[in-house]
Design a protein around this ligand. Sequence first.
Ligand SMILES: CCCCCCCCCCCCC/C=C/[C@@H](O)[C@H](COP(=O)(O)O)NC(=O)CCCCCCCCCCCCCCC
Ligand SMILES: Nc1ncnc2c1ncn2[C@@H]1O[C@H](COP(=O)(O)OP(=O)(O)O)[C@@H](O)[C@H]1O
Ligand SMILES: [Ca+2]
Length: 559
Amino acid sequence: MEKQPRLLSSKLVHKQRQVEVVLNSRILAWKEIESSRKRGSGLNDTSGTAHSRGVQVCEILAVQKTEEDESTNTRSQKKAKQYSLLYAHSFTVFYVKRTRQHQWRCSEVTFHCASQGLCEQWIQVIAEQLSLLANRPKSLLVYINPYGGKQCGQSIYEQKVAPLFHRACISADVIVTEYANHARDHLKTEANLDKYDGVVCVGGDGMFSEILHGLVSRTQTDHGVDQNQPDAVLVPCSLHIGIIPAGSTDCICFATIGTNDPVTSALHIIVGDSQPMDVCSVHHNNVFLRYSVSLLGYGFYGDVLTDSERKRWLGPARYDLSGVKTFLSHNFYEGTVSFLPAEDTMGNPRDKLRCRSGCHVCQHKPSSKDNQWEMSEEKEKFDKGDSSDWNVIHGKFIAINAASMSCACPRSPKGLSPSAHLADGTADLILVRKCSRLDFFRHLLRHTNKDDQFDHSFVEVHRVRKFRFQPQHQEPVSLEDLSETPKKTGFSPMCSAQTNCNYSSIHSSWNCDGEILPHTAIQVSVQCQLIRLFARGIEEQQPHCVFEDPCTLQALEPH
Ligand SMILES: CCCCCCCCCCCCC/C=C/[C@@H](O)[C@H](COP(=O)(O)O)NC(=O)CCCCCCCCCCCCCCC
Ligand SMILES: Nc1ncnc2c1ncn2[C@@H]1O[C@H](COP(=O)(O)OP(=O)(O)O)[C@@H](O)[C@H]1O
Ligand SMILES: [Ca+2]
């Protein structure tokens, strides 16, 4: 590893002990200076790294002159006070600390200096290094849905997030939404986006969907791209999106960060993390309907969502109640699914290659900006939608789910498709055919344990770039018509398969990231890496041990 030149090195005091503190462009490290008494008593660590600690500069959140604490009541505090009189000037470094289950916290370390000049020099040099981190946002546009999840969005932002942004010197313009689609329409037409480095969404997947639609539509309009063209090459958004989870499912946050925790999300925003993400565009007969980043689900998840909307007052529990009700209804829907499979090199949904931070599959996936891919034969064939490459499956399905990422969430920590990738340009298409209630229950249960939910005769899964769905029976012209349809028509030329059928029982609806689509016949295309989040994907769980970090030790080596 290349040795970084030291920027600053001093003997300071930390927790009433003398420490040598060293800063290079990558690491801030400190090590206790062993007293001769200790050395004689053999207390020093055999590894020679006793008491050495460090933090990566890219994980430092802020540096500040320390506020003096005047309370010196206890004996030890008095002693500390006496000690600190000699080192009267101090500064505090705030940094990211990893705790359990992918959670990050803001930790701090204070150093005392003998002179004001030295203290100010440390603050200045560290602040300079932070200002060189170009990815960090300085100005954010924040939208809060006050009614998402348990209706705590506003207090979560004010109590847990705003103080961290303030500490990191990030300015934020906050808009508390007043009605559904307020955030979407503001982003689409009004917001002056040049002022900001990112947009923050405080809410659930539905609120994220609003931000997504606002930002993607705005970008296409600004570049003259017609979203109604299913083959249009969409322009990626330049602003990053941050998600502060305050919704009911929060699967987009969970699957990109590994936890649903507002503080963790805020810290990923502050350090300027970047995670590209696929977006599915959904069309109906060449008319643009919606974008989706998590689940596009027909049948079971569509029915759960439709039923749960009436129970919004129940908060996040509405999904469990509607889930049980829908499970007991045990509906199935007939139709034709056609799909364009991804190339074999893209892996398959049943391999064990999980998408994790720095995922190789997503990194090696040619992005839409990649010229080689733009010109390749594969792409040409792909663009033409060569019909011979399309697979067609007709059947009766309990569920048709397309997951363009794992859809991991607290209800299902591995997700609907555990090996789906965040940014590979593909989605995993899961077809659950008509089966017994018990079998479907077994399949659902496997979303909550280690067993393979695809290992059933009635389930198949394909990695796809595009797909289409055509219900067996023609759908009503629009949702409005559908809601006006009498519950029991008793007559319809298309009702031979089911008795007492009506539109609501021969058709399900598509659940598109928690929104109901107005059509059942849809065409879907995965747009590779269309947006970027302030996230880094799920980090492999490892004890974060700064003692073993070679950079820390290297920074402390004598020069
Ligand atoms: C037996 C236990 C089975 C548990 C199965 C859990 C599977 C959960 C997969 C969830 C994938 C979620 C994908 C994301 C969807 C969200 O975009 C979307 C919107 O989120 P928002 O409200 O935050 O805006 N959320 C949803 O559509 C909610 C889906 C939640 C479905 C929960 C289903 C529970 C099923 C319970 C069945 C129980 C059968 C018991 C029989 C006695
Ligand atoms: N001020 C508001 N009043 C009513 N609905 C809103 C408001 N702001 C956003 N919404 C809508 O609320 C819905 C649910 O929001 P979301 O934050 O995803 O919560 P949840 O996860 O509980 O569904 C979204 O469809 C969003 O468009
Ligand atoms: Ca994907």
